[in-house]
Write a protein that binds this ligand. Structure first.
Ligand SMILES: Cc1cc2nc3c(=O)[nH]c(=O)nc-3n(C[C@H](O)[C@H](O)[C@H](O)COP(=O)(O)O)c2cc1C
Length: 363
């Protein structure tokens, strides 16, 4: 427990007496967590096996860090399948985020394969249970900045520095996100960012008023490093810039401080501190295009990371079914389903999130 976190806690209003009741020995330590992060996030050795490529795939962005994927390894092929036991049915009733997450994992795998000597051909299989087949053939290893960004990419849910991104870097972000069947719209004007903040606040207010949404989120929160390491999934407080505290304090703090007003203010501040907002829109509203959106977004996020630019999801305007059509009109695509809303800008890294072991995601 660092001094900063304890100060934040006191500033947050928790009584000093309550703090005194917690012995130092009971205060969660981050050492084991950090070791686990380093172990999971090392770059690949030469000639990695397919399981190692899967490890890189699992470092991808994914909704609520549920890691809703399974991997089937064949000779020269990796298939990525949905793990429907890890659905988040309240925030993602049609499994949109789930398939976007599979697309993110596919992109990491393709990039890691190219860097270490395998060319990849991706086929998205539609049907009752859509999946992604990735055929791998030997090629020359070509390490690239996007590959090196895989272990460092994160969702950075903090205040950014309020500075613009240069035109040259914006062009690289735009190029990285290019994907057939996906459009990406960038909003960098202050007035546009304010409007996005209004949409996010409207969506967030609706979600905070929904006890099922709050309960589903709570189910995926991990307050202590030990619990985060044990589970290997979910949203660990420190990864969202929140203090690390014992479990009993964490759940009490959540109930006290996770209020509609506080969250809305936080989102408004976060969006105003960002350099811009990117909105990803698939040509069609089906799993094939959700997967393509995931690939496009993951490349965007890796390119951003390679440039020292952070990003975070602010998807409330596309998660709320009444707000989504209004948002589609505002971005100028009234007949489309906007898929992802992402803010970006510069900020220090927060602690990295954890993943489950590869052995748990193989079928
Ligand atoms: C489809 C999708 C939807 C997401 N939605 C949100 C969101 O609404 N709010 C948020 O803070 N993070 C969101 N995330 C980010 C995930 O929570 C994050 O990727 C996951 O916790 C793993 O952490 P990492 O990105 O730092 O590796 C989303 C990610 C994906 C792929």
């Amino acid at each position: 427990m660092g001094l900063v976190s304890r100060r934040a806690l006191i500033a947050g209003g928790l009584s000093v007496a309550a703090l005194g009741a917690v012995g130092y020995g009971m205060w969660p330590r981050m050492d084991g967590y950090r070791e686990e992060v380093e172990r999971q996030r090392r770059l690949l050795a030469a000639n990695p096996d397919l399981q190692e490529l899967v490890r890189m795939a699992t470092l991808a962005a994914n909704g609520h860090n549920t890691q809703p994927w399974k991997f089937r390894l064949l000779d020269g092929q990796v298939s990525i399948l949905p793990d429907l036991t890890r659905r988040t049915e309240v925030v993602d009733p049609d499994d949109h985020h789930l398939y976007v997450s599979l697309g993110c994992a596919a992109e990491n795998l393709v990039i890691a394969a190219a860097a270490t000597g395998r060319a990849a051909e991706v086929a998205i299989k539609a049907g009752d249970e859509p999946r992604i087949d990735i055929a791998l053939t030997r090629s020359t290893a070509a390490p690239a900045p996007l590959y090196e960004a895989i272990p460092v990419r994160q969702s950075t849910r903090s205040l950014y520095d309020g500075q613009q991104i240069s035109a040259a870097d914006m062009a690289l972000l735009e190029a990285a996100a290019q994907e057939e069947g996906v459009s990406v719209l960038f909003f960098t004007d202050a007035a546009d960012r304010d409007t996005v903040a209004d949409f996010v606040i409207a969506g967030n207010s609706a979600q905070m008023d929904d006890p099922a949404f709050v309960q589903e989120l709570l189910d995926w929160l991990r307050f202590t490093p030990d619990r985060a390491v044990d589970m290997g999934d979910g949203l660990f407080s420190a990864c969202s810039g929140n203090p690390v505290v014992p479990d009993w304090i964490g759940s009490r703090m959540f109930k006290t401080f996770f209020t509609k007003d506080a969250e809305n203010q936080k989102y408004a501040d976060h969006i105003r501190s960002s350099a811009g907002v990117a909105v990803f829109v698939g040509d069609r509203d089906d799993p094939e295009h959700w997967i393509k959106v995931g690939r496009s977004f993951e490349r965007f996020a890796l390119q951003a990371t390679a440039l020292g630019i952070r990003n975070a999801h602010i998807n409330q305007p596309i998660e709320d079914l009444t707000i989504r059509p209004e948002f589609a009109v505002w971005i100028g695509m009234p007949n489309a389903r906007p898929d992802l809303v992402i803010r970006f800008g510069r900020a220090p890294l927060l602690p990295m999130s954890l993943r489950r072991p590869v052995s748990e995601v193989l079928v």
